[in-house]
Ligand binder design. Structure first.
Ligand code: NDP
Length: 400
């Protein structure tokens, strides 16, 4: 039994609050704290009366560490689950250190003025969390998150050594819009318009955006085009999986999405460089975000499934072995259960599970850790229990 403060009440935050409320044995109390109080209150209104979990709300701007620290000190949660934006990661980690509570997030820090996410800023907090006797669990979403847990699980139970990992993220959902992003548009577009990269033989290989394309026949979905992207779990898995030779990350995109994105890029709408419009400075990408559908509103419209998983190639008892661990998730089923589409669901569920394991002590040690550094078994069991069951194929198609 514990009390959690969830910072951020968007698409992912809403799912995490729903799942904490389903899991009242682990979460006796939830404080929903976000920039726009009305969103927190609306969620509280929807859920109270359906759960034994006590729900309270608070307005907070996490960019102000002193104010957030004061709120944490007043509320005294056991842990803070950061589901705001990656820009706030370091500030929320600071507040957790100042107030003496554990920290969990789903996306690594990215400075607002440079579209480059890396773990180095958050890993620099290792000593401070160690000394404070606190746990910071980084990247407890699906990718990063479950993909790291799948990797640790494959290594623990199926391989002596993993040499190759391909992480495949397929969203075959259709939301009916010609162009909409399934999570925060600003973060999403920054990610997909950046150069791609993968890890090979101890170093990064950089590619142009969308330069490497493959087609894969996804279980329960069928054939889809996918493109190589840079993704944050590559950085931590390259350090934490011994014997690794190559890690790649692929995500599917439809022709329509890519054509719109190219056009928006060509006219400068995805830029994060400020421009002056009628005497006011605006950032084109932030303006574009105001025009695009709110991802939290896509739930009722999105149909189809996601399939996210990892293909591993390595050795067991001297023989080459391959394995595919994946989850499929149905957008409409998620909507029925928690009022959100599957991209928010597949992130919010592992965020709740990571928080639960830190809070109940199963995944608790002083310092800053990525998910694959802990025993994967309790997390894998919890995925089956809390709505993201996984499957294993021992003879998958490989990506060339
Ligand atoms: P949304 O934009 O839907 O929600 C973000 C929420 O954070 C909003 O409620 C917003 O408030 C709030 N917020 C933003 N800035 C602040 C601030 N300074 N102080 C307090 N609250 C703030 O984003 P998503 O829910 O789609 O994504 C949430 C996080 O999850 C992101 O970091 C994203 O990168 C990550 N993610 C991780 C994935 C994974 O698999 N690991 C996959 C998908 C997302 P307001 O309502 O006022 O705008």
């Amino acid at each position: 039994m514990g009390k959690i403060m969830i910072v951020g009440c968007g698409g992912v935050g809403s799912v995490a609050v729903h799942k904490c409320c389903q899991n009242s044995d682990a979460f006796s109390e939830v404080v929903i704290a976000s920039r726009t109080l009305s969103k927190c209150d609306a969620l509280k209104e929807k859920l109270q009366g359906t759960t034994k979990t006590k729900i309270t709300t608070a307005q907070v701007d996490a960019d102000d560490t002193a104010v957030l620290t004061e709120l944490i000190r007043k509320e005294k949660p056991d842990a803070v689950l950061n589901l705001a934006l990656p820009y706030q990661d370091l500030l929320i980690m600071e507040a957790c250190l100042a107030a003496g509570v554990h920290y969990i997030d789903t996306a690594n820090y990215e400075p607002e003025d440079t579209a480059k996410f890396e773990y180095k800023w958050q890993w620099e907090y290792r000593e401070r969390f160690e000394k404070a006797g606190l746990t910071a669990l980084l990247g407890s979403g699906f990718d990063p998150g479950v993909t790291g847990v799948f990797s640790a699980y494959a290594l623990k139970h199926y391989f002596d050594e993993i040499n190759y990992i391909d992480i495949l993220d397929c969203n075959a959902g259709d939301n009916g819009y010609p162009f909409a992003t399934n999570f925060n548009p600003e973060i999403n577009i920054r990610e997909v318009s950046a150069n791609g990269s993968y890890w090979e033989d101890g170093h990064w290989v950089e590619t142009k955006p969308m330069e490497i394309k493959r087609t894969y026949n996804f279980p329960e979905i069928g054939k889809r085009d996918m493109y190589l992207l840079h993704h944050e779990e590559i950085e931590s898995l390259a350090l934490n999986i011994p014997g690794i030779k190559r890690i790649r990350f692929f995500m599917t995109f439809s022709e329509s999405y890519l054509t719109h994105l190219k056009c928006l890029e060509n006219v400068g709408m995805t830029s994060i460089e400020p421009v002056t419009y009628k005497g006011q400075e605006i950032i084109p990408l932030q303006f574009l975000k105001t025009l695009l559908p709110d991802p939290a509103s896509l739930g009722p419209r999105t149909k189809g499934k996601t399939n996210i998983g990892c293909i591993f190639i390595g050795k067991k008892d001297g023989k080459e072995k391959k394995l595919y661990i994946y989850n499929t998730c149905d957008h409409q089923e998620c909507y029925k259960e928690v009022g959100s589409q599957a991209v928010a669901y597949t992130t919010g569920v592992p965020a709740m599970i990571g928080a639960m394991l830190v809070m109940n002590g199963t995944w608790r040690k002083p310092g800053v850790f990525n998910v694959e550094e802990f025993d994967p078994d309790p997390f894998m069991d919890a995925l089956n229990k809390w709505g993201l069951p996984w499957k294993i194929s021992e003879n998958p198609d490989l990506v060339d």
